[in-house]
Design a protein around this ligand. Sequence first.
Ligand SMILES: [Ca+2]
Length: 201
Amino acid sequence: MWNRKGGTTWEVHRSGFLWLAQFGDMSSGGKARPSDARIDIDARKDAILFTPGSGCSIATWARPAGCYVSAAMDGLPADRWREMTFAFTPQGDGEFTLKIMGSHEPIPGTDESIPIWVYSDDVRIDGAELVNGSFEAPGTGGRPHGWIPSVRQGLWIHDPELAAEGEYLIKTTHNQRFAQQIKVTAGRTVTISLKVRGVGE
Ligand SMILES: [Ca+2]
């Protein structure tokens, strides 16, 4: 079964495959579901309301309404990096949680889901301060410096050939994420850009 303890793994490509194998043939024969990038901006704790700009929208399920922004890029190719950019403007001061996520495929009739992995690297923020956006600096617990787990921890990967910038990158799913607390100022638009890439076989 999947290693739920998180932490560092170097078996980048094999890790998701083993888990998928229990549910059939989804990852073989080139029929794997493509990766989706998903980045969430969660300010529920400080109740900061956002005005969404390009590339993102307000999550209607979150309360108070307007304090949670979500950005997605679906159907990512596995053979190249793509640039993802979105912007939003906070209406108040405080902190939000930047969550680098991915997607998942629910298994009908169960509470389980199959994780759909996505690679991310080279995160940049204009209008706020971000720590270690290229994931190069080591932290503790198998994490890059400045980043914390969200739900469960994603994978921090050393792969100089795969990385979009430097030598390190991250691999995440809907429930295996890396997150960071970001301070914002009322009226100062925040633009987030990053490189995202699908996970092949
Ligand atoms: Ca990097």
